[in-house]
Design a protein around this ligand. Structure first.
Ligand code: WQD
Length: 338
């Protein structure tokens, strides 16, 4: 009998890619999303890639009664929680909105998971490590005080899960993503930022397509080889596959500890300038960019030590940054109808 996985926020960027990989690995997937930050483009793309229609429940996880009803209708072997607000700057301006949405929704999910014995995978972020004292960052690296309410909600939700696992005999995994980029090779699903993108790669692709005039590279005076920040850019399909490994580890009862954390990255630091140059080269185009002052809150350098994920999950990033940047460009062109 195949296992059923709930994907909250499954119509979004990461959730849609994870849904595809889970489904292709033989899991039945139920998507639940309040569609507050997306339309049905990615949901339709998921169904087109898979050649079948998956259930899409339009609901808000802050609505406790709706969460109860969902768990009464389906029997989930595991759930993956993506449904959350995720804009760092917006969270600084609207902390209450972020705390209410991101914490209430997860508390409702944990309550339901406790009652139904559901394994929980939480979508966390390298933002919990802040400006690390040492790179690469391991799972043992100390978490730094959060620099935004968004980052704080990620830390708090990790703690909620850890405490619930300890108290209620549940099982949970937190995956800490570094910088997810790119799109599915089919170009049928990808990132759909609302308004002006905050993140680097959507800003690059929108500049290349002509939607934005010029990319600002925030800071070229950092203490790094070329003066621009270093990050660990992880391909979205590679990242999605890590979720399949983690879900399988939980549902097959293969965890070493009932609560585990894994860093999901490539282990390869890439500077902003290197990324821009790779994008130009692999897609044979010229990008309009200029150097601008540093962006407040940016850390100089952060990249993962992904060896624990390789050892325990049997997962490893496989795509080159060039392949990933080609997929991001193919997606942007498809959106523009080119
Ligand atoms: C990457 C690099 C910028 C835009 C954030 C969140 C993190 C996670 C992912 C998720 C930095 C530079 C960017 C631009 C630039 N959140 N940059 N010009 O800040 O590493 O991580 O997104 O939902 O929690 O903090 O990612 O893509 O914004 O920036 O020069 O127009 O690109 O300064 O060095 P970041 P990013």
């Amino acid at each position: 009998m195949s296992k059923t996985v709930l994907v909250s926020g499954g119509a979004g960027f990461i959730g849609s890619h994870v849904t595809v990989e889970l489904s292709q690995a033989g899991y039945d997937v139920v998507i639940a999303d309040n569609m507050s930050n997306c339309d049905e483009t990615n949901y339709k793309g998921v169904c087109a890639i898979l050649g079948k229609t998956l259930p899409l429940i339009k609901m808000d996880f802050c609505d406790e009664a709706a969460v109860k009803a969902l768990f009464a209708k389906y029997r989930f072997d595991a759930l993956i929680h993506f449904a959350a607000f995720k804009a760092v700057g917006e969270s600084v301006a609207e902390p209450l909105m972020y705390y209410k949405n991101n914490l209430d929704s997860f508390l409702n999910i944990l309550q339901a998971a406790r009652e139904h014995g559901t394994n929980v995978l939480f979508s966390s972020s390298a933002t919990v490590y802040g400006e690390p004292d040492e790179t690469p960052v391991t799972e043992q690296s100390p978490r730094k005080p959060a620099t935004s309410p968004y980052g704080n909600t990620k830390q708090m939700c990790e703690d909620f899960l850890r405490d619930c696992v300890a108290a209620y005999g549940m099982h949970g995994i937190a995956l800490c993503y570094f910088n997810p980029i790119g799109a599915h090779p089919s170009a049928l699903i990808g990132e759909l930022p609302r308004g002006v993108p905050n993140n680097l790669v959507p800003f690059i692709t929108q500049t290349a397509i002509g939607k934005r005039e010029c990319l600002s590279i925030f800071g070229n005076d950092y203490p790094t080889p070329d003066g621009t920040c270093l990050r660990d850019y992880i391909d979205i399909v590679d990242l999605a596959k890590a979720h399949v490994c983690a879900v399988t580890r939980m549902v097959e009862g293969k965890m070493d500890e009932p609560y585990e954390i894994f860093n999901i990255g490539t282990g390869r630091p890439v500077s902003v300038l290197e990324l821009v140059n790779s994008f130009q080269k692999v897609n044979a185009l010229k990008l309009n960019y200029r150097f601008a002052p540093r962006r407040e809150g940016d850390v100089t350098a952060v990249w993962a030590d992904p060896s624990l994920a390789e050892k325990k999950l049997g997962w490893k990033a496989t795509r080159t940054v060039e392949e990933t940047l080609a997929s991001a460009w193919a997606w942007e062109k498809r959106l523009a109808g080119k």
